[in-house]
Design a binder for this molecule. Sequence first.
Ligand SMILES: Nc1ncnc2c1ncn2[C@@H]1O[C@H](COP(=O)(O)OP(=O)(O)OP(=O)(O)O)[C@@H](O)[C@H]1O
Length: 861
Amino acid sequence: MARADADTPMMQQYHRLKAEAGDALLFYRMGDFFELFFEDAKIAASCLDIALTRRGDEVPMCGVPCHAAESYLARLIRAGHRVAIAEQTESPAEARKARGSKALVDRAIVRLVTPGTLTEDTLLESGSANWLAAVGRAGDDCAIAACDISTGRFELVACTAQELAAELARLGPAEVIGGEPLAGIDARWGHEGFDSVAGERALKRRFGLADLDGLGSPGHAELAAAGGLLAYLDATQRDATAFLGLPRRVQRSAYMAIDAATRVSLEICRTAEGTVAGSLLGEIDRCVTAAGRRLLGSDLAAPLTDRTAIEDRLDLVAWFHEEPIRRDRVRSALRSLPDLGRALGRLVAGRGGPRDLASLRDGLGGAAELGRNLGAQALRPRLLEALLPALGGHEALTDAFGRALVASPPLDAAKGGFIAEGFDPELDMLRNASSDGRRAIAELEGRYRESTGVSALKIRHNAVLGYHVEVPARHADKLLAADSGFTHRQTMAGAVRFNSPALHEEASRVLEAGGYALSLEQAHLQRLTEAAVAEAGPISATADALARIDVAAALAERAAEGGWVRPSLHDTPCLEIEAGRHPVVERALSRSGERFVANDCCLGPTDRLWLITGPNMGGKSTFLRQVALIALLAQAGSFVPAARAKVGLVDRLFSRVGASDNLARGRSTFMVEMVETAAILAQATERSLVILDEIGRGTSTYDGLAIAWAVVEAMHDEAKARTLFATHYHELTRLAGRLPCLSLHNVRAREWKGDLVLLHEVAEGAADRSYGIAVARLAGLPPTVVARAKSVLAKLEAGRDATGGIAAGLDDLPLFAAAKSPEPEADLLAEALGGIDPDALTPREALEALYRLKALAQPSP
Ligand SMILES: Nc1ncnc2c1ncn2[C@@H]1O[C@H](COP(=O)(O)OP(=O)(O)OP(=O)(O)O)[C@@H](O)[C@H]1O
């Protein structure tokens, strides 16, 4: 800090505010700029690519203009920063009046902008929810309280510490906060308010409840999480109120459990690179509204497990599927509707404007009309019937907004002009007075031109002088004459400016009437906003209903486009798919004019583990993933890319890809793969679906084969989940003889005139060989290397045949269950004895050692 500057009142004020902002960057308002100092300035300058200057000699600083602050904020937030906004809370004139001529303007932090607490359209992605998640704990119980204040959604989820990561992965939050650190969870720890008593109090206060029975009596961990969340919202929003609907308690068993690794591996809502394009969501999304897109994302992230609820969704999709005209009409009606939820979020947070009110007017009006049209249709499915009431019921509000607002109001309320003519007679009068005044001023200009003979005379307006007469400098003399009736105000390079009593009078009329009109408009804005906020609950129900209809119609559209079918759902653990396809791979192939080969899958209680072999690039991974995605789509309530699909409801979905597939992304190691495989073995049930792709290949051949072998046995005998296991270890096919519910399958390939032809067909039986070298040749490995590899392979195969191969002896291995003898326990007594050096012991130590040894020798109870 510049020494001279260090103790100036301004710097003292800055440091006080910075201390309050903590690790958030402080935007310090100075006139028309937000300035940043010290480290904040360095971080912001490099992140925003703006000039870093110095205040005095030493203090680094940079600044952004206030009018463009949002776009800079967006970049800082996206880069993972939080920003505290310190505004001037009084004008310089007010400061001078209150505390003397040298008084410093008061400033206060009015908002902490963080990734999880955004409401502005420019800062949010329209098609994704923006969750803030708070992780709470009470003893061994954990919970997440999550909200999206841009639309008012609020959820409480109780879970164990082990389940936290998967639950967070479902939400994909923009920001995670917590009190005490929890291992394995990436969050910003150390926040206040994570305590169940405070949480209960905060919830009651926030929603005006006497007790929490109506919320389903949340547990201590949920209350602690909610307490932390509400405290954080207060701290970040300051005087504004974040939009929160009543919290919904999420029953985790109502959703298919999908852990974080599975989400990454199946690229459900984002690709591994983090983009929506190329993910399942990106591929199937045909929604026409942003709210629909957000809901489809959350549907795919959390497929249901309740058959009735899924069938309800499917009925609605089918209703739109069977009538393309009905579907088109609804979609084009939805397309023109504004984003109700987010407009409401801004209004509740006090950051709304006239355009948000117009969004409610148009959105609610459109919803009511859609409701009337849908209500007139025959044979309405149950889900639609349940949604219809939510579409209407806002007549009073839409009527009031319709009368009050002009057709397309400005974004910013500051200049007025958003209240319609005829809504308020007083406002109309003031506006007339103001426009009469402006007309009078225009007439005055004509008269002055005539009386002075200066045809270039103009009456202008600016912020400093207000209305004034301006003439070119060469004509100024006439107006400067003592009896001209004009008073000199300002001399410019080429012009001179004057005032006159008549102009002053008219200008005051304009200003006064304009000022009154503006404050009247502001009062109307406030009243209308309050009316909207009072209806926040029902309005967001309307927004949700519209989103659900959009999702169903969009899924019907996607199904019609791709010839998808309605899946039939069952409670038995089966999975029968006829001519299944992978929607993303199919799309990628069609772009290059290639055809996707559809494949069948048939898993059931007596044939529940498919071991799939075949050449590299043969389509094993694609097949595995398409089966998982079809189950996921079905339970999310969508039709599926197949000719027929019978899906036994899946409680948990696991997908793991062998280490080396992921190494390129720098994410996975063999160790991670093993930890994850262990997690599957511990959690999979008979109702789960497990996809294992080349597990065990990230280590030496022998170790890898041994691990893969043991994992297949464990899946078959212990977990008993429906499992697809792709592998290059052909030796594993020997398991078919001894594991009754395992069957062998392969992706077919042929060598034709020395070239490898990949057929991408899944057939019964094991692959005859690997074709690794043929694939290498296809990939363009130099012919000399290919030839050398062939001769090495011939030698290896000859050796293998002579010894019985690397799997020699495995046939004699006892079955998995029999092999499960516990590992011999380490001989603790011998170890302890070995650690004793008798010559180095004092008599007392020797006695103590003897007691220790005796205790070790006791058989454990
Ligand atoms: N059913 C299919 N129809 C047409 N092309 C397919 C099919 N399945 C896969 N492919 C094509 O083959 C490529 C490789 O598929 P995939 O990654 O599934 O093979 P793999 O057998 O898992 O290979 P590796 O063993 O090397 O991991 C895909 O990118 C796609 O272009």
